[in-house]
Design a protein around this ligand. Sequence first.
Ligand code: NAG
Ligand code: NAG
Ligand code: NAG
Ligand code: NAG
Ligand code: NAG
Ligand code: NAG
Ligand code: NAG
Ligand code: NAG
Ligand code: NAG
Ligand code: NAG
Ligand code: NAG
Length: 401
Amino acid sequence: MIALLLVAPCLFLGVSYAQFTYPAQLYSPLIQQKILKVAQSEPNPAQYPQYTDRVEGIWQYFAPDTWTTGFFPATLYELNTRAQLCGLRNQPDWVTMARQWSAAEVPLEQNSTVGHDVGFLSFPFVHELAIDPSNQSAIEAVNQFATALAARFNPVVGCTRSWDTADPTDFEVIIDNMMNLEVLFVSESLTNNHTLRDIAISHANKTMENHVRPDGSSFHVVEYNATTGDVIWRGTAQGYANNSTWTRGQAWGVYGFANMFNHTGDMNYLETSRRMATYFLNNLPENGITPWDFDAPLVPPRPADSSAAAIVATGLLLLSRQEASLKPSNTTGADLWASAALKILSDTTNLAWQPAWQSLLANGTVNNHYPSANNLTGIVYGDYYYIKAGNDLVTMGLSSC
Ligand SMILES: *[C@@H]1O[C@H](CO)[C@@H](O)[C@H](O)[C@H]1NC(C)=O
Ligand SMILES: *[C@@H]1O[C@H](CO)[C@@H](O)[C@H](O)[C@H]1NC(C)=O
Ligand SMILES: *[C@@H]1O[C@H](CO)[C@@H](O)[C@H](O)[C@H]1NC(C)=O
Ligand SMILES: *[C@@H]1O[C@H](CO)[C@@H](O)[C@H](O)[C@H]1NC(C)=O
Ligand SMILES: *[C@@H]1O[C@H](CO)[C@@H](O)[C@H](O)[C@H]1NC(C)=O
Ligand SMILES: *[C@@H]1O[C@H](CO)[C@@H](O)[C@H](O)[C@H]1NC(C)=O
Ligand SMILES: *[C@@H]1O[C@H](CO)[C@@H](O)[C@H](O)[C@H]1NC(C)=O
Ligand SMILES: *[C@@H]1O[C@H](CO)[C@@H](O)[C@H](O)[C@H]1NC(C)=O
Ligand SMILES: *[C@@H]1O[C@H](CO)[C@@H](O)[C@H](O)[C@H]1NC(C)=O
Ligand SMILES: *[C@@H]1O[C@H](CO)[C@@H](O)[C@H](O)[C@H]1NC(C)=O
Ligand SMILES: *[C@@H]1O[C@H](CO)[C@@H](O)[C@H](O)[C@H]1NC(C)=O
């Protein structure tokens, strides 16, 4: 396979991204083989892979009412997309398997404990609508999850609540929530209910104002007073320190603000995504390995987070498409972010591609807090975004399966 991409040489942030290859593993048939094996052994009652153990790379399964449940069925839809994009023959019926794997999510439409993460649960149904826009149960699912997220909106704070708290005046919002706004836009497109869009815009504005620092880095958590709307605390739940930048959160931000620009055309969102992307790239170490937190100590060596790398790569590709969509098209910007995405995908593949494991990638960090530190794992959303990045590159004409 020829895996060579030429990008116009450009000087970017002191790094010359002249020429990048995409990693051939991104299109390895091992991807389909591994995922088919998991798909064909669905537990009964349903449980979903979230992360692997750290020695043999065996998936650990969780009950449906878990924030990560949607990623495996969404991965099956991505493989259907790939089969079409790449003209693959003799493929399993990915769509039928994706639908089967979505079924256990239906009760969660009425009753889940995932809070704002209903946005992630909606992913398989959003994929389903791309295949069959008239599928009523998928429409119902998207609308129910959007209603559940909208019900978490507090107009005084201007945000949707992330976690439930014992004290209802304590209102916590995490940067991850930027990813969950998409379900509001999809539901708006189905129902014509513009309140959903207004909620997404308000939430994004507040996040831009209070989570993102002037240098483009981000806090993981901002705590508001639900009665007054005041910011009462900024810190972390999953990062190294209260004032640090947790890479996965930063990656969600790059993606989430590029997505907000796509839906609104508001340049402030594009600028925010650019600033967050610039911070991410400027703070990667020489070896290009995405650490789990940009401020974690270097000794002992910081565990990597291949999931943050896969998410930011996909986010950078989305950002690249936004630059390309400007009138006139910003081809310099588009090339810059696409090149950076390719470099991160190459460095991450070199580090973390693990043929012997059930997951595609190793070197994920779920969290790294004593005593429950969970590093050196495969992660279901890392694999999902790795495959999506491969698909997006094909769609963008930057790779050829
Ligand atoms: C519609 O989507 C749902 C949810 O993904 C799936 O279970 C069902 O099989 C689909 N129905 C049809 C007729 O394709
Ligand atoms: C909601 O789900 C929980 C388990 O996650 C269950 O205990 C409870 O009975 C359910 N409530 C309703 C109204 O279905
Ligand atoms: C629009 O969505 C909001 C939030 O879910 C809801 O409160 C409102 O009733 C919906 N409006 C209509 C006309 O359905
Ligand atoms: C929020 O503000 C109200 C009114 O000042 C106060 O009663 C409440 O304790 C505050 N809550 C938190 C979590 O700070
Ligand atoms: C969000 O911010 C934009 C400017 O970026 C502003 O035009 C808009 O009114 C704001 N909307 C809300 C609901 O805060
Ligand atoms: C963040 O600050 C809170 C108190 O505000 C503290 O309990 C917590 O341990 C700190 N977290 C970290 C990771 O340092
Ligand atoms: C976080 O706070 C510590 C202690 O005040 C300080 O040494 C460190 O430089 C700060 N880090 C960041 C990223 O602001
Ligand atoms: C990556 O994962 C492998 C296998 O788990 C491990 O041996 C290696 O130390 C990890 N490297 C980093 C930088 O995390
Ligand atoms: C922007 O969002 C629309 C849906 O509103 C989608 O069809 C389109 O592919 C997105 N464009 C980009 C560049 O991501
Ligand atoms: C093109 O994109 C780059 C990177 O985001 C940005 O620095 C530059 O200002 C953009 N140029 C235009 C004309 O929008
Ligand atoms: C990785 O996780 C283990 C616990 O599973 C923990 O003991 C170790 O300190 C973590 N590694 C680093 C470098 O933080």
